[in-house]
Design a protein around this ligand. Structure first.
Ligand code: ADP
Ligand code: MG
Length: 675
C-alpha cells in the first residue's frame, strides 16, 4: 500500500504501537509514521570491526569474535548470574549476563559469535558484561542504535520501524532527473538501508541519498530566499586615499587587514551593494578594518553605522572609532539604551541631520526609530548570533547601503558559503605583529592557592585578571555559585584586591557598570560566569583562569582565552579541571598546543564527532536530521550545483512543477523562523 501522506498518519497506525508506546515515542518528537521512519539511527555497532581478546581495549566498547568453550553453572544470588567462557586463541574471556537468561540460552558450545560490549577483567582473564551478541556468520551487519527514551529499547525501535516500512511505500520526494543525475537511491530503499543496512556499502548509499535530500532542500531554501534582484546601491562611492587614516593609526596594519580593506573598497566603489563577511580570529583586529571603511564612507560624504550585540561592546567600539577618527575630523556618536530620552533625541537629531558621521550602538537602537540623512555603510559585529531571517531583514533596511558583517567564529570556507549564502568573504588570517602567544597551562584544583597568589602578584604590579567559573554544582544556581566563589576569594587571598562580579542574572545596566570599572582598571580581577562578553578588549588584562574547563567546548575556550594576550605583556591562560578523562586531556592538550582558531574549530569537530558539531542552530540554520554541514562537505557541494540548476529557471521556486520542493523548503525552515 502507498502511504501518500505519512506526515499526517498517526504513529499508532503502525503495527505493534499502542497508545502507551505512542506517548513514549512522542517524547522523542515522533508523532507520525513519517517521524518514525525518519528517526534515523544515531550510530551503528559495526560487527565487522573486531578485536582479539588479547587486544580488546580495557573498559571500552568493542566487538570480540570468539568461540564458546564452556557454559558455567548459573549462580542464583539476589540476582541471577549466567556465565560462559569464550576463546579466540589469543585468550579467554568470561561473558556474563545478569538476570537475563535469553542471550545465555542462545549461546551454543563450540559455535562462534560476535560479542559487543565493554571488555574488562585482568590480564589473566578478560570479562565482558551483558554483551550484545550475533552469530559470527552475520558479522557483516551493522546494528542500528537509536536515541531512546525511558521504556523504549533499540529492539522495539527496530521492530516498529520494520513494521512501518514493510508493505508500505512512501511517495518519492525527489524527481527522477535529480536522482539519476546524482546517482541517488530511491526514498524507500534509502529508508530500509539506513535502518537495516546489511553492509557498510548499503549504509553509505542510504546516508548519501538522505543527506543529499536534506542539504538540497536547505540550499534551495537559503538561495531562493536571497534571490531577490541584484539592485543598484544608492551609495556608490569613489576612490579616495585612506593615507591619512593609515598614518594616524598608532600601529602598522597587518597585510591581512590591508587586503580586507582593499576588498571592501573595491565592493563599495562598485554599482551593487557590498555584501561581505569579515572573518578573523579573536584579536586579529577587525575593528581597525571597520574604522577604515567608515572613514572611506566619510570621505565620500556618507554616514556609517556600526552595530554591536551588547552595550558594552558598542561603548568599546565608540571609544576606538573616536580615537582613530576624530583627529581626522570625523564625528562619531554613541546611541545606547542607558542614555536619557533627551540625550537619545539629541543624538538621533544629529544622525538625521547628517551632523554625525558615524553612529555606533546596539542593533535594536539603530534599527528602531533612527533615521539617517545619508547612510552608505552598515557594519554588524559578532553577527553569528543572528539567524538567516534576521540577516535578510537587515539588508532590506535602508536604500541598499553596503553591508559588512564581522565574525570571530571560525568556520571552514565551504561552510561559510552555505551559512552566509551569497556573502563574499574576507579573512584576517594574520595576527598583529609583536603579539606574544598566550601561554596556556592545564592544572587541577590543588593549584588554587598558587593561582590566586599569581593573580595577586599581577594585581600588585598593576595588571588585571579574569576568573571564569561555571561551577554548576547540583542545587547551586549560577548566581549563588559565582557569589560564593567571590566571597571566598575576598575573605582569603584577594582580600585587598578590588574585584568585580559578573553573572547572567544581573541587569544589563549593572553588567555594563561592572565592565566599565574593569576596563577602566578600577577592578583588578573580574570573576564571571560564562556571560563574559565576546569581543571585550582590555589589553591590560593578562591572566585568564578558567575553572571547570572540562565544561567548555574548545571553540568556547578559545574565545575566552582571546580576552587576554591583547597587549605587549606576556599573558597566561590557566585551565583548571579535575576531570581525568581522555577526552578532557585531549582537549586541554589541543589548547596548550595551538592558538589558531581554525585549527581549534577543526579539532573540536573531530573530538566531538559529527552530529554534535557547533550546532546548526547556533548559526540560525534549521535543525537537520541526518546531514552534518561540517563533515558532509562533498555532498554539500553537489547539492549546491543541483540547487543552482533548479533555481536558474525558477529563482524563487514559484512555478507549479516545483511546488513539491517549495513545500519541503517551507517545512524545513518552519522551525527556524518561528524560533
Ligand atoms: P577583534 O578582531 O577580536 O575584534 P580588535 O579589533 O578588538 O580585535 O583588536 C584587538 C586589539 O589589537 C586592539 O587593542 C587593537 O587596537 C589592536 N590592533 C588591531 N590591529 C593592530 C595592528 N595591526 N597592530 C597592532 N595592534 C593592532
Ligand atoms: Mg571585535
Amino acid at each position: 500500500m502507498l502511504i501518500k501522506d505519512p506526515k499526517s498518519t498517526d504513529v499508532c497506525y503502525v503495527k505493534g504501537i499502542g497508545e502507551k508506546r505512542a506517548k513514549m515515542l512522542n517524547k522523542l518528537g515522533i508523532y507520525t509514521v513519517y517521524d518514525l521512519v525518519t528517526h534515523y539511527p544515531r550510530g551503528y555497532i559495526d560487527f565487522n570491526d573486531t578485536v582479539t581478546v588479547e587486544d580488546a581495549p580495557q573498559d571500552t566498547y568493542c566487538v570480540v569474535k570468539a568461540k564458546v568453550i564452556g557454559k558455567l553453572a548459573p549462580y542464583h544470588g539476589k540476582i541471577a548470574v549466567y556465565r560462559a567462557l569464550v576463546s579466540d586463541g589469543t585468550g579467554d574471556m568470561l561473558v556474563v549476563f545478569f538476570n537475563t537468561i535469553y542471550s545465555f540460552q542462545r549461546l551454543k558450545v563450540g559455535e562462534e559469535y560476535c560479542f559487543y560490549g565493554k571488555a574488562g577483567g585482568n590480564f589473566i582473564r578478560r570479562e565482558m558484561n551483558s554483551p550484545i551478541i550475533i552469530e559470527a556468520e552475520k558479522s557483516g551487519t551493522l546494528l542500528p542504535r537509536y536515541n531512546l527514551t525511558h521504556g523504549l529499547t533499540h529492539n522495539m525501535m527496530s521492530v516498529y520501524i520494520r513494521n512501518a516500512l514493510s508493505g508500505n511505500v512512501f511517495a518519492e520526494r525527489l524527481s527522477e532527473d535529480i536522482m539519476a543525475e546524482n546517482r541517488l537511491l530511491g526514498f524507500n530503499d534509502a529508508l530500509r538501508m539506513i535502518h537495516f543496512p546489511r553492509t557498510v556499502g548499503e549504509y553509505e548509499l542510504a546516508k548519501r541519498r538522505l543527506t543529499f535530500e536534506e542539504l538540497f532542500i536547505l540550499q534551495l531554501g537559503l538561495r531562493s530566499m536571497k534571490n531577490r534582484k541584484k539592485r543598484l546601491t544608492g551609495a556608490s562611492m569613489k576612490r579616495k586615499s585612506l593615507a591619512p587614516y593609515f598614518e594616524s593609526l598608532p600601529f602598522e596594519l597587518t597585510g591581512a587587514q590591508k587586503r580586507a580593506i582593499g576588498e571592501c573598497v573595491k565592493d563599495m566603489t562598485g554599482s551593487a551593494p557590498m555584501n561581505r563577511l569579515l572573518q578573523g580570529d579573536v584579536g586579529s583586529g577587525k575593528t581597525a578594518v571597520a574604522a577604515a571603511l567608515c572613514y572611506f564612507a566619510y570621505l565620500n560624504g556618507m554616514q556609517s553605522t556600526l552595530m554591536a550585540p551588547t552595550e558594552i561592546l558598542a561603548a568599546q567600539h565608540h571609544k576606538t572609532l573616536s580615537e582613530f577618527l576624530e583627529p581626522l575630523g570625523v564625528k562619531v556618536v554613541l546611541l545606547t539604551g542607558s542614555a536619557t530620552a533627551a540625550q537619545k533625541k539629541k543624538i538621533r537629531g544629529e544622525i538625521a541631520l547628517g551632523e554625525a558621521d558615524i553612529a555606533v550602538g546596539t542593533q535594536a537602537l539603530i534599527q528602531k526609530d533612527t533615521v539617517f540623512s545619508n547612510l552608505g555603510l552598515v557594519i554588524a559585529d559578532e553577527q553569528h548570533r543572528f539567524g538567516v531571517g534576521q540577516r535578510a531583514a537587515l539588508s532590506d533596511k535602508g536604500k541598499d547601503p553596503h553591508t559588512l558583517i564581522m565574525s570571530a567564529t571560525p568556520i571552514p570556507r565551504t561552510l561559510g558559503m552555505i551559512i552566509y549564502g551569497d556573502l563574499d568573504i574576507s579573512t584576517l588570517d594574520e595576527m598583529p605583529k609583536g603579539r606574544l602567544p598566550v601561554r596556556t597551562y592545564g592544572v587541577d584544583s590543588s593549584y588554587h592557592e598558587r593561582l590566586y597568589r599569581f593573580v595577586l602578584k599581577y594585581a600588585q604590579n598593576g595588571f588585571q585578571s579574569y576568573i571564569v567559573c561555571p561551577l554548576v554544582e547540583e542545587g547551586v544556581s549560577e548566581k549563588t555559585g559565582a557569589v560564593q566563589y567571590l566571597e571566598h576569594l575576598q575573605k582569603t587571598c584577594l582580600k585587598d584586591v578590588p574585584t568585580g562580579l559578573l553573572h547572567g542574572k544581573m541587569k544589563q545596566s549593572d553588567k555594563d557598570e561592572v565592565m566599565r570599572r574593569f576596563k577602566s582598571g578600577e577592578y583588578k580581577v573580574l570573576v564571571s560566569t560564562t556571560v563574559i562578553e565576546v569581543g571585550v578588549d582590555v589589553p591590560n588584562a593578562v591572566v585568564m583562569i578558567i575553572e571547570n574547563a572540562e565544561q567548555f567546548g574548545l571553540s568556547q575556550l578559545h574565545q575566552l582565552r582571546g580576552r587576554v594576550g591583547r597587549g605587549s605583556e606576556q599573558s597566561h591562560c590557566i585551565l583548571v579541571t579535575d576531570s581525568k578523562s581522555d577526552f578532557t586531556k585531549a582537549r586541554i592538550d589541543t589548547m596548550i598546543k595551538t592558538s589558531d582558531g581554525f585549527e581549534i574549530a577543526n579539532e573540536d569537530l573531530k573530538l566531538r564527532g559529527p552530529g554534535d558539531f557547533f550546532g546548526s542552530k547556533q548559526h540560525g540554520l534549521p535543525p537537520l536530521k541526518i546531514a552534518d554541514i561540517c563533515t558532509d562537505l562533498a555532498i554539500l557541494d553537489e547539492t549546491r550545483i543541483a540547487a543552482e540548476k533548479v533555481l536558474k529557471d525558477d529563482p524563487r521556486l514559484a512555478s507549479a512543477h516545483n511546488a513539491e520542493l517549495k513545500a519541503m523548503v517551507d517545512e524545513l525552515f518552519s522551525d527556524c523562523f518561528s524560533a
